[in-house]
Ligand binder design. Structure first.
Ligand code: 0O2
Length: 221
């Protein structure tokens, strides 16, 4: 290959990857707006934590080869939909669906696919809501549509997933059967905790609303 070709390819690749970084910047801004506005209107913030990452070129190449798809930027753009990844941790299961609806109703976001691993957990116990969305990025000379993978989960689900991820790699993707079983039990426990916290929160909110109503009646009297 000519040196010029390598230089051209490198420039193309950098430009290609930039679009995904911009997509994440855009999504982070959207989430910050939701966070601030939600806090203002409802006096509470459902978003606990947001993290994002752009997949490394090495992982992109590995994935495209594993999928058996052509090795070109065009093919990567269409076939690898998690180059830009966003993970949102929220307080309660109901917040997951609230956030999903909020994102779905934004006009510039197109929902490509939704996988609900909360209603249908993976056999190992994994729970989260996954969405592949598409958003437009406006650059100096063009508009580009970019896929972003959004994972929304509770703190308990995130706690489970990060430990399971570590174990998965520690055992080189072959977790011993007893650990598989225990992890599944831990996922059930995490779900029970989520349900309990949701119920407690509901009780607290109802109590708060009742107190407020009492106060309002007193004021009008
Ligand atoms: P990493 O290192 O987190 O990026 P895909 O492989 O994405 O084309 P798939 O497998 O159908 O298609 O995607 P899915 O089910 O939406 O899951 C993709 C991502 O969800 C994974 O990315 C993980 O981040 C997370 N995930 C899915 N299943 C599990 C699980 O059992 N345990 C944990 N801890 N995380 C999970 P990557 O690229 O596999 O990994």
């Amino acid at each position: 290959i000519d040196f010029k070709d390598i230089k051209k390819l490198k420039l193309e690749m950098t430009r290609f990857m930039m679009a995904y970084k911009f997509a994440l910047d855009e999504m982070n801004t959207k989430l910050n707006i939701l966070k601030e506005e939600f806090n203002y209107i409802h006096d509470y913030n459902p978003i606990e934590h947001v993290s994002s990452r752009v997949k490394s070129p090495e992982s992109i190449f590995k994935k495209i080869l594993k999928k058996g798809c052509p090795l070109s930027l065009d093919s990567i753009k269409h076939n690898i939909r998690d180059i830009a990844g966003l993970r949102i941790t929220v307080s309660f299961i109901s917040d997951i669906y609230k956030l999903k609806n909020m994102l779905e109703s934004q006009k510039d976001i197109t929902i490509i696919e939704t996988k609900d691993y909360i209603k249908h957990p993976k056999p190992n116990g994994y729970q989260s809501l996954h969405m592949i969305i598409e958003i437009p990025i406006f650059m100096s000379d063009r508009e580009e549509k970019v896929f972003v993978e959004v994972q929304i989960r509770t703190i308990a689900m995130d706690f489970w997933a990060s430990l399971e991820h570590k174990i998965y790699y520690k055992y080189n993707k072959e977790i011993p059967e007893n650990l598989v079983q225990e992890l599944k039990e831990a996922a059930t426990t995490a779900n029970a905790l989520d349900l309990k916290m949701e119920r407690l929160n509901k009780e607290i909110l109802e109590h708060k609303a009742a107190e407020q109503k009492k106060e309002e009646t007193l004021i009008t009297i």
